[in-house]
Every structure is written in C-alpha cells, then in structure tokens.
Design a protein around this ligand. Structure first.
Ligand SMILES: [Fe+2]
Length: 299
C-alpha cells in the first residue's frame, strides 16, 4: 500500500483512509484503513478538512486479491435490484415493463459511476461468488468489467451506457433454463447443452418483442457465446462479424465465470483468469480488446 495525499473532493469516496480523522472536539470520525463512504465524505468535509491521506493499492495488491471493480455497497444491492428488474421485464403489464426499463437505466448509470470511482482506488476482495442468485451477481460483474473495457476503448457516455445495458441483460434468457441444468455439477449431456444454448435466443426474443429494448443492446444476447475464431455458437461468426459489444461482453463473461465458484468447477484465482485470457487472445477473443481489459490489472 502506498500512502498518498488527496484533495478532499468526491474522488476520495470509495478509497481507503490512510490516517485517523478526528472531529474538532477530538472524537474519532474514521479510523485508518476504513473505506470512505459518501456519508463519511460529507461529514469530513463539514468538519473542515481540505485534504487527507489515502492508501493506494499497488499492482501486486490488486493481483493478489480476487479483485472486483465495484464498491461493497453496490455489489450487495445491485444483484437484488437486477432480479426485481428481470421479474418486471417478464410481466405482461406494460407499465411494469416500462418502469423496469427506467430502473435498468438507473442501475446502468450507477454501475458506470461506481466503476469510475473504483478506478481511482483499485479493487479489494470480492466474495459475491458464493452466494445464491448467481445469474444476477454474474450480470453485475460482467457489466462492471465491460464498463472498464468500454472506458479503456474511450467509449463516449451513450455508447458506454448501451454497453452496460447489454451486459446487464446478456444472460436474461437464463431465467427460462431449468435449475437442474443451470446448477448441474457434472458436464451437461448433448441434449442439456442444446437446451442451455437456447438462453441466447430466448433472451433476445423476449427483450425485443415484449420489452422493445433496442437491437443494439439485445444483439448481445444472441452473440455473446460467439468466439473470434468462429468456434462459438450460435452461428460460428468470425472476427468483426461479431458486434464489438458482444466481443467485450464475451471477455467479461468468460473472465467472471472462470474466476467464479460454480457447482462444476473450483474457483480459479485472478492470476489464472488473466492467464486464460492471455492464452486465448487472438484465437477465442480479439487480442486488442483483451489488452484493454488487462491494462486494468497492470495499474
Ligand atoms: Fe450466456
């Protein structure tokens, strides 16, 4: 950990405090090593601090942890919110669907803002992978990793927003897949694998036909299992035939799935996830996009 002085502005939110902070009356406001939350920031500012010491994690700190780019608060709240949104998107009630779309926009915005903040203070340990409701936690992680890549590729705000929406919805069709298949500890039979593949089309159809979500977003439902060298499904598309959003989200999807604890596989470390992406850059994934993703871990 490196100690650095930081001006007291909203950029300190989410960072780790590198000193103890006291009120004018001498009571402790916040201890060293604490994560500075929105509430703390306002309180510290009210007391009159202009700058403070923060702890910057070094490259090796990040690599040693199974890092996550989102704050603890959002990691806990976002999957719950996304689950409710998915349920409303399934509704036949048009008002519910329209509300769900608004809520989805708000969630995408919060993720983009959160990733922005976290970029100035690299990730700490994540443990969202051993909880239930894997689909929603996975979608949130995939969105966060995709936002990182979009930012690194210098996407403007609207593009970044569409990318975040697409990532949040890429596996929407999974809600149609039986839990027995989703959670099966052994390898899937050919028939089950065939069933599983349908999540792509089912998600695309529901979100387009019933929720009127634009094609640029829902195309990712269809394409996120395509691979750069043509070895993926549904169509065996090659290279840039696959939309860039789908290519980005495929990398985030594989990386999160690879480093997550699933019934059929032990948790791989972050280093193993990075090595997997490096090994498959240029074959399964676009080499340049992988580089944009891995830049984050080399900070
Ligand atoms: Fe998928």
């Amino acid at each position: 950990m490196d100690l650095q002085i930081a001006e007291l502005d909203s950029n300190v939110i989410g960072q780790l405090l590198g000193q103890k902070l006291y009120s004018p009356k001498g009571s402790l406001l916040l201890g060293m090593g604490a994560e500075i939350g929105d509430f703390h920031y306002r309180k510290i500012k009210d007391v009159g601090y202009r700058s403070l010491y923060v702890l910057q994690k070094s490259h090796s700190d990040v690599l040693e942890s199974t890092g996550h780019v989102l704050s603890e608060k959002l990691r806990a709240a976002a999957p719950v919110a996304l689950k409710q949104i998915y349920q409303k998107l399934l509704s036949k009630d048009k008002i519910k669907v329209s509300n769900a779309k608004k809520e989805l926009s708000v969630l995408a915005d919060s993720l983009i803002r959160d990733v922005d903040i976290r970029m100035s203070a690299p990730p700490d340990i994540v443990d969202l992978k051993r909880q239930s409701d894997y689909i929603y936690q996975h979608a949130i992680s995939v969105a966060a990793y995709s936002i990182l890549m979009g930012q690194s590729l210098q996407y403007h705000q609207l593009k970044l927003f569409d990318l975040a929406l697409a990532a949040l919805l890429h596996d929407f069709g999974m809600i149609y897949i039986d839990d027995d298949i989703l959670m099966k500890p052994e390898a899937l039979s050919d028939k089950e694998a065939e069933e599983m593949r349908k999540h792509t089309v089912l998600g695309f159809q529901h979100l387009g036909r019933n929720c009127f979500i634009k094609g640029l977003v829902t195309i990712v439902c269809l394409q996120h299992h395509e691979r750069f060298d043509g070895s993926g499904y549904l169509k065996g598309m090659v290279g840039n035939e696959i939309h860039e959003y789908s290519q980005i989200i495929a990398i985030a999807d594989v990386f999160d799935a690879y480093t997550s604890d699933r019934p059929w596989r032990r948790l791989h470390t972050l280093d193993e996830g990075i090595a997997y992406l490096k090994d498959n850059a240029g074959t399964l994934f676009d080499e340049d996009i992988v580089k944009h993703f891995l830049r984050f871990f080399e900070m």
